[in-house]
Write a protein that binds this ligand. Structure first.
Ligand SMILES: Nc1ncnc2c1ncn2[C@@H]1O[C@H](COP(=O)(O)OP(=O)(O)OP(=O)(O)O)[C@@H](O)[C@H]1O
Length: 243
């Protein structure tokens, strides 16, 4: 009964390259994440961190072949391709993309961009979406009144908070955050880390925190997985891995 929230088993990813070559990017990755837990995924450039979390979201490009199991509360998101993952994407498992703070369109307000996915799903009225945007902004420490502002009126740290708010729109159980503090200065980075920490505690949100920066990850995670060339080389409590 006590199964983990997320249980990743023997995950492999191959990318088709030109001339029929294939690149074996993930080579049997296994890890579990408990409810409310913070797991850090660290490793150098090209070690497979982004590939791993895109595989969990079912968002790899069509050139990718995936094998293994991604069990979310016991249900395998890889069982039947897109049909298996679609009902859970954003609703149960959500992601903040690398560089998300720079991914907002310059021509629409932050509030509209956060509301857009909710309106597209057609599950909420415009009024309810507006209310939810206000709640989400408040949750990440942005005054709801700022929903009508444009991205260029926000600092980098605020745009990153807004990107996190957007990922939380459907109240997921687990958030995958790809380098959420890279490109922020040290003080703002600390504020975003603090936010993620608070969300974990307030919402009982599990977080997979992807970074190349071990000390940063150590601040907000319970356990750390160290990746190298498509494999998890070490996995353990923060103190264990740091020593
Ligand atoms: N679409 C793709 N087609 C071919 N190879 C890819 C593709 N995406 C990633 N790769 C390769 O897979 C390996 C893992 O890349 P990935 O982006 O997951 O690493 P990463 O650990 O997230 O690195 P970074 O910290 O630089 O983002 C790399 O060798 C990369 O070149």
């Amino acid at each position: 009964m006590n199964s983990p929230l997320l249980d990743v088993r023997d995950l492999h990813v191959w990318f088709d390259l030109e001339r029929g070559d294939r690149m074996h990017a993930l080579r049997g990755v296994s890890f579990a994440v408990e409810r409310g837990e913070g797991l850090g995924l660290v490793g150098g450039s090209g070690s497979g961190k982004t590939t791993a979390i895109l595989a969990l979201m079912g968002l790899l490009p069509p050139t990718a072949t995936v094998s293994g199991e991604v069990l979310l509360e016991g249900e395998n998101l890889l069982a039947h391709g897109e049909d298996s993952v679609r009902p859970h994407r954003w609703k149960d498992i959500a992601m903040v993309f690398q560089g998300a703070m720079n991914a907002f369109s310059p021509v629409a307000t932050i509030g509209r961009q956060i509301a857009e996915p909710m309106l597209l799903h057609g599950t909420v009225t415009r009024k309810a979406a507006e209310r939810r945007v206000g709640e989400l902004l408040e949750l990440v420490g942005i005054a709801p009144g700022r929903a009508g502002r444009y991205p260029h009126e926000f600092s980098g740290g605020m745009r990153q908070r807004a990107a996190i708010a957007m990922a939380l729109a459907c109240d997921p159980k687990i958030l995958l955050a790809d380098e959420p503090t890279t490109a922020l200065d040290v003080i703002v980075q600390a504020q975003v880390l603090e936010l993620i920490e608070r969300l974990r505690h307030e919402l009982g949100l599990a977080v997979v925190f992807v970074s190349h920066d071990l000390p940063v990850v150590a601040q907000v995670c319970d356990r750390i997985a160290v990746m190298r060339t498509g494999r998890i080389e070490r996995l353990g409590a923060v103190e264990e891995v740091l020593t």
